[in-house]
Write a protein that binds this ligand. Sequence first.
Ligand code: ATP
Ligand code: MG
Ligand code: MG
Length: 581
Amino acid sequence: SPGPVSNFLRTIIEKDLAQGRHAHKPWAGRPGPAYVQRGAAPDPARIRTRFPPEPNGYLHIGHAKSICLNFGLARDYQGACHLRFDDTNPEKEEAEYVEAIIEMVKWLGFDWTYGEEDNLYFASDYFQYMYEFAEALVQAGHAYVDEQSADEIRATRGTLTEPGTNSPWRDRPAEESLRLLREMRDGKHPDGSLCLRARIDMSSPNINMRDPVLYRIRHVEHHRTGNKWCIYPMYSWAHPVEDALECITHSICTLEFEDQRPFYNWILERLAELGLLLEPLPQQYEFARLNLSYVVTSKRKLLQLVREGHVAGWDDPRLPTLAGLRRRGYTPSSIRLFCDRLGVSKADSRIDYSVLEQALRDDLDPVAPRAVAVLDPLKLVITNWPEGQHEPCQAPVNPHDPEAGMRNFSFGRELWIERDDFREDPPKKYFRLFPGNRVRLKYGYIVECTGCVKNEQGEVIEVHAEYLPDTKSGTPGADSVKVRGNITWVNAADAVAAEIRLYDRLFTDPHPDAGDKDFIAALNPDSCQIVQGWLEPGTRAEPGTTWQFERLGYFTADREESTVERPVINRSVTLKDSWAQ
Ligand code: ATP
Ligand code: MG
Ligand code: MG
């Protein structure tokens, strides 16, 4: 296969490597976790990236882009990619999410070990370092304890055109801030009464540089540190410290963080000046996030869909969560292929959902075993075929792969066909069954339709046909009669009953949450239709098994509910894009 397509990040990394910019430096000698010993590693990682999810929800397809990018760069440049839980916001985080995230990163096919290193980290393990670094900033006059409320801080921050105003506490002596910071840590002050702010520039054109808050007081329990801390670091303060402590070289984030980069650098430079961090310092780079049509990926909105019961859970096969995509039948390689095709750029764009679907088709086509399924069954009776007689038929398991062998099923007098494959009054260019017309029953005989039977309501309940002897597929006479239609069928005598869930897009609007739209109003009422169908014999619906059902699409046995005895099968994607204009 061709090598990875280049992008601006690869260009940067190749230049950095050529210049030896990240040649490994020994650690300053601070006691600490794994990164401390890394200086002695015989084979130091040449670059270090990280994927830093906040454990406040399930991973979605947008995260997959970041995972493939960060782990992919590490793999391609003999580096390490860390999986780091950014668990600095205790109110919204739960251990359940940590487990789910670990499972999905592994499922996608990535690994955070590098040689002997196990690069799984938790930001909460650095709370003590962050705190000590904060004390050092206070002592150096780079931070102060503010007594203004959150509202006052917001109101005095200024605007894009107006500078902010200095807090009355901005110039208080460092010793006083230090004493208050320690009291904050020791739980002597209530939530919101004090906070620690960086002392930078209230008139900076970049609002993020106007004395941003570093620590706030929150008397809440943390899912890992319990009640040890009652002050928690803000994301923009915690993140550069986490990156630096882990010796990250390229810290890759989405474009919204571009305006945070000056603060990221300011923090790292101040801590390096104070001798607390070693150069080279991590560098932040931004890329465009994935915006996929017909879905929402905000965790808040996904949570709303789950909580309000619009979907059956985080792994509902209609959701763009990785758990949902897996259950729908997406393979890890299809998602990696999708991410590769997206490329990496700094230009915001929206990707059509059909690009994701095509990646699944392209991934499965060469490997998925074929089978026949009838989803909207109508009985076809071959009136000149002897009752009770069954004749073996064969078809390739996968036409692209002769080694996959053949599948076996039988032809008989009563067959199931798709209701749509018969018309009493056919429209123009309809080549399937109608009275007087001949079609091939795929892998079986050519039949000629002789009529149909209707119930009292006038619905067709049975189609009648006669087979033409000597026309069976694979026999010398197969081509003696020419027909234009070729339809799929299963023998009613040995077909396997199955519940089949025909999933469609969850939203009818390509941009369900653009602007301030009510995305709930854009839900597709027909996003899941359940039918009882028939499967070719031998289709064992072990959970997670995938097939191409001929003419219909790719289908996967539900990993939660399917059993061989009671198959429950999800439509993963149709064969053709039914939404194409
Ligand atoms: P949400 O906004 O849905 O809460 P998030 O960005 O806050 O998501 P995190 O857990 O903080 O979620 O994200 C972990 C990493 O995944 C971050 O580095 C973030 O940049 C990246 N990421 C999240 N969403 C996308 C996306 N749509 N495209 C690319 N990367 C993304
Ligand atoms: Mg977040
Ligand atoms: Mg976010």
